[in-house]
Design a protein around this ligand. Structure first.
Ligand code: GRG
Length: 305
């Protein structure tokens, strides 16, 4: 439970999270009905509905509410971002990439359905995400929809996730000693880009002013990087029990981490600094409306899975 010092300011993050995750799960379930050809739709549903923390949809909805919007305005974007995230996980787990057997506590998509179905399920989710943005936003001014689609596609493509993954695989493949700036590049592209798109889309659909959207963009980039720094710390200290992933797998594969480059204490200080700098961006917002975003930033900083 996240609380503030004043009694009337108490904000119950766990309650908020549970309620929003419920809504998101229902919307995702509705978005991918089982139909012919059955296997492909089942494979899409298998990974999409396998659990997951739903951080990106939560960020999208919380950003929408931070600028005074209602969650329903952000829901198509919240679903779209989770679809792209899920497709990237399906692909990341493939034998030609990370070759993982478990994801979100369950066998990976290709282990259950085979590689060709897994690739197609990823493709299906990717395209469905764009379709969601185009159809589920009926009645929203086209300039808003276009701006949001631009954010999502930029974050997913060769300026975002694809770039981060390509650079990560190149470094791993070469057994390269990764420098701090390369590590930051990988995390900003693999993780922060989609956090940024989630928050910015939420703010756009919530009716945020340009200067609010830009503050929220910086907030999201910082907590995206923060997410990875904390992930590295949890891996290094062995306190990580990533759902369905072997704890410390990144260490076992010799992947570079913030604690390896900075030392554990400096990595922890860096995480706290990113959290503070992120929350600083929210200073001029209505504090009641940004309580969920603040709680999310704190959750990301202090989580133990
Ligand atoms: C999007 C076109 C397109 C291609 C994808 C494979 C690939 C290119 C990118 C891989 C990106 C990747 C695996 C990034 C890791 C991001 C990350 C932090 C994953 C873990 O996120 P959590 O902890 O997971 O939010 P849950 O399971 O809770 O959703």
């Amino acid at each position: 439970v996240i609380t503030t010092t004043e009694e009337e300011n108490i904000f119950n993050f766990k309650e908020y999270e549970a309620e929003k995750v419920n809504h998101v799960n229902k919307a995702l379930d509705d978005a991918v009905p089982v139909k012919y050809p059955q296997t492909i739709h089942e494979a899409m549903r298998y990974s999409l509905l396998a659990g997951g923390k739903r951080i990106r949809p939560l960020l999208c909805i919380a950003a929408c509410e931070a600028v005074g919007g209602h969650q329903s305005a952000a829901m198509p974007a919240a679903c779209a971002v989770e679809m792209i995230h899920t497709m990237s996980l399906i692909q990341d787990d493939l034998p030609c990439m990370d070759n993982d057997d478990l994801r979100r506590g369950k066998p990976t998509n290709h282990k259950v359905y085979g590689e060709h179905v897994a690739v197609l399920a990823g493709d299906g989710l990717f395209i469905l995400a764009i379709e969601q943005m185009a159809t589920a936003t009926l009645g929203v001014p086209p300039n808003k929809v276009l701006a949001a689609v631009r954010e999502l596609t930029k974050a997913g493509g060769a300026e975002g996730l694809v770039a981060g993954q390509a650079e990560d695989l190149r470094c791993t493949g070469n057994n390269e000693i990764v420098k701090l700036e390369t590590l930051e590049y990988i995390h900003l592209h693999k993780t922060a880009a989609l956090f940024e798109a989630s928050v910015v889309m939420g703010a756009i659909f919530g009716g945020g002013r340009d200067e609010q959207v830009e503050k929220l963009r910086i907030f999201a980039r910082k907590i995206g990087l923060l997410f990875q720094v904390v992930d590295d710390i949890l891996d290094e200290t062995g306190s990580s029990e990533k759902l369905g992933k072997t704890a410390g797998k990144d260490l076992a594969t010799g992947k570079m981490t913030y604690p390896k480059l900075l030392g554990l204490e400096k990595a922890k200080e860096f995480a706290e600094k990113l959290n503070e700098e992120a929350k600083e961006q929210l200073r001029n917002f209505d504090w009641k409306k940004v309580a969920p975003l603040i709680a999310l930033a704190d959750y990301i900083t202090h989580r133990h899975y």
